[in-house]
Design a protein around this ligand. Structure first.
Ligand code: ADP
Ligand code: MG
Length: 671
């Protein structure tokens, strides 16, 4: 045996193989373990009843002992399964010896006993041992001895066998104890193996769970990998697309670069061309500027030749409802060049009723001739009138102060001339809106030559030697706190009206709004007894400032458009009621200011050292627009009615005086 090399299970199997023949052998034994332990005497005792029965029966030997049969049949039945055993020397002999004995035990016919003294064995009848006769005691004894001997031999054999069996038993017990020990070892081993198996099972379980988890993760990872692969495919596709785009862009870039080079070359040549043009342009600009300055100079010269003080006479048409004057009352003789020449003369015929002839016939009307720079008969339109003064507006832009008056009795058409007719008809627009529109448009044209202009408007009225703002809004509207005329600053030539609004304007609409506001303010101030607007001077002033930044040139001049108060005088013969007294006061104030205006113009004309500007608010306010470099235009407005002839003559005489004045040589206010 090689216990170290064989597994315990194989050892067990080997032992079981060994044990099986032993067990079989034991089972074939007729004796139990208890009986096996008996000694030879006990064996003999055991055999005794059979002897006794045999003896007792005398002739009949029977045995129920299965041993004989077992022993007989053993070689035949156990031939295949029996394991070779230690040779039993006595067994075959014993069985052969026993066989005849057993055969004799079978029941058979009772044989008469042999007679005593007979020793020979009875003859065999039919192969069977003949029964000794009853008397053959010796023979029987002999048989019994032989039988006893046989039993003894058999006992001996059995003892030996017993001994062997006991040896085998001992051996088997030893084997059993060894096997028990082995079994325990194996059981322990089994327990350990089971524990290991359980542990393994647990680990297997854990591992299975882990495997499941890993499989799950693997599944997720695989999904992820698939997604990534798809993403990769998409990106590859995109990359291919981008690469194609890039290629396209590169091609375009190359084309663009080529065209850029062409363009750069073109730009370079264009720049050269532009530089050349710029040089030409600068030269032309210089020339243009020189021409502009020359134009200004010539324009001014022309204006001066026309006279720095000019007087235009305008006769308004007869209005509906008014009595038509007698023919020849007003005449407009043609100029030296005939009817195509603009009229400059006016003749007024006056029939003096006080001067009668001695015969009592009415005296021939006295004819009064007047000559002015221009005379506008009743049919003259607003545009015609403006055309004549547009040159003066140009002078204002060139930097010369310009002042335009409308002088005449109330109702002679002063306001119509300055502001325009009623109803907002553009054809009836007066000098103020037309002059401003002209200024804005010329300023726009001059912008192209580098001049920028700004305009600030103010509109005040002087009533009874008080100044009131016609552009007042809100609470001051119509009421207006008193305004004062002050110098803009210490040592400044510029004058400003305190509390008056100075509104920057840049378009016609703004000017229209201002004129509308002024009309509203005048309407609020109107009273039942007094048409105040005709009893006050309205002064619209526009401060014009121009700048040529490129050449550092500046010019500034005021344009003043004055609608004077009615020049009519009160009839001194009229009885003075309270209303008339007030009217007289107004009239005195008006007359005073108008005569001051005349005196100022005369003083300027005579180049007197003192010019009485301060004698009236009007001349004080307008002092910068009169004299010196200023250009003055006076409209003398005449009523076409015969009933107004006296006032018309007064106006015409005043205007004639003014017309005779020549104020210095106008100088542009250039800085
Ligand atoms: P003033 O201001 O001198 O008092 P207005 O300008 O108010 O006079 O004129 C008095 C009236 O005569 C107004 O109804 C005016 O419309 C009208 N009028 C004045 N001049 C003309 C003219 N040239 N053409 C038509 N109507 C005129
Ligand atoms: Mg008026």
């Amino acid at each position: 045996m090689e216990p170290q090399q064989r597994s315990p299970l194989l050892e067990v199997k080997g032992n079981i193989e060994l044990k099986r023949p032993l067990a079989k052998a034991a089972s074939r034994l007729p004796l139990s373990g208890r009986r096996l332990k008996r000694g030879p005497d006990q064996m003999e005792e055991a055999l005794e009843p059979e002897k006794k029965r045999t003896r007792g029966l005398g002739t009949r030997v029977t045995t129920t002992h299965p041993r004989a049969a077992a022993l007989n049949s053993a070689p035949q039945t156990q031939g295949q399964t029996a394991v070779p055993r230690a040779p039993r020397k006595s067994a075959p002999r014993c069985s052969m010896a026993i066989a005849p004995v057993l055969k004799t035990q079978k029941p058979g016919p009772v044989v008469p006993a042999q007679k005593p003294g007979t020793t020979a064995a009875p003859p065999m009848v039919g192969g069977k041992k003949p029964k000794r006769p009853a008397w053959d005691l010796k023979g029987q004894l002999c048989d019994l001895n032989a039988e006893l001997k046989c039993y003894r031999e058999r006992k001996q054999v059995l003892d030996q066998e017993n001994q062997q069996l006991q040896d085998q038993l001992r051996e088997a017990k030893q084997q059993a104890s060894v096997l028990g020990a082995e079994r325990r070892t194996l059981e322990e081993e089994l327990t350990r193996v089971r524990a290991q198996a359980e542990q393994g099972q647990r680990e297997l379980g854990n591992l299975s769970a882990r495997v499941l988890e890993l499989e799950e993760r693997l599944g997720t990872q695989e999904g992820l990998v698939q997604e990534l692969q798809q993403e990769q495919l998409r990106l590859q596709e995109e990359r291919r697309g981008l690469a194609a785009q890039l290629g396209e862009q590169e091609r375009r870039l190359q084309t663009s670069e080529a065209s850029l080079l062409d363009s750069q070359a073109e730009v370079a040549s264009l720049r050269q061309e532009a530089a050349a043009r710029e040089a030409v342009l600068a030269e032309r600009e210089d020339r243009l500027h020189g021409l502009e300055m020359e134009r200004r100079r010539l324009h001014n010269q022309l204006q001066e030749l026309k006279g720095n003080i000019r007087v235009f006479c305008r006769v308004r048409p007869v209005l509906p409802g008014e009595s038509t004057p007698s023919p020849g009352f007003l005449q407009f003789p043609s100029g030296p060049c005939g009817p195509s020449d603009p009229p400059t003369r006016l003749s007024l015929s006056r029939s003096d009723e006080r001067r009668g002839t001695l015969s009592g016939a009415p005296a021939a009307p006295t004819r009064h001739d007047f000559s002015f720079d221009r005379v506008f008969p009743p049919g003259s339109g607003q545009d015609e009138v403006f055309e004549e003064i547009s040159m003066l507006v140009q002078s204002a832009l060139d930097g010369y102060p310009v002042c335009i008056f409308a002088y005449g009795q109330t109702g002679s058409g002063k306001t119509f001339t300055m502001e325009g007719g009623p109803g907002g008809d553009p054809r009836l627009e007066g000098l103020i809106p037309r002059a401003l529109r002209h200024l804005f448009s010329v300023a726009q044209e001059l912008r192209g030559q580098g001049w920028t202009y700004s305009f600030v408007a103010s509109y005040v009225e002087i009533y009874n030697e008080t100044v009131r703002d016609l552009l007042a809004t809100g609470a001051r509207k119509g009421q207006g706190g008193e305004c004062e005329i002050r110098r803009a600053g210490p040592g400044s030539e510029e004058l400003t009206v305190t509390n008056a609004r100075y509104v920057p304007v840049s378009c016609e609409r703004e000017v229209e709004a201002l004129l509308h506001l002024a009309r509203q303010n005048r309407a609020v101030a109107r009273t039942a007894q007094n048409e105040r607007s005709s009893r006050s001077h309205s002064v619209f002033q526009l401060q014009i400032s121009g700048e040529h930044a490129g050449r550092g040139l500046q010019c500034a001049a005021p344009l003043s458009l004055v609608d004077l108060a009615g020049s009519e005088r009160l009839d001194p013969g009229l009885a003075l009621g309270p209303g008339e007294r007030e009217r007289l006061r107004e009239t005195q104030a008006i007359n005073s200011s108008l005569s001051t205006l005349g005196l100022v113009i005369m003083a300027l004309s005579n180049k007197e050292s003192h010019v009485p500007y301060r004698n009236s608010k009007l001349t004080y306010l307008l002092q910068n627009s009169l004299g010196g470099s200023a250009k003055m235009l006076m409209f003398v407005n005449i009523s076409p009615l015969e009933e107004n002839v006296s006032e018309s003559l007064n106006s015409l005489r005043f205007a004639s005086k003014v017309n005779q004045c020549v104020i210095g040589t106008a100088q542009a206010n250039k800085k």
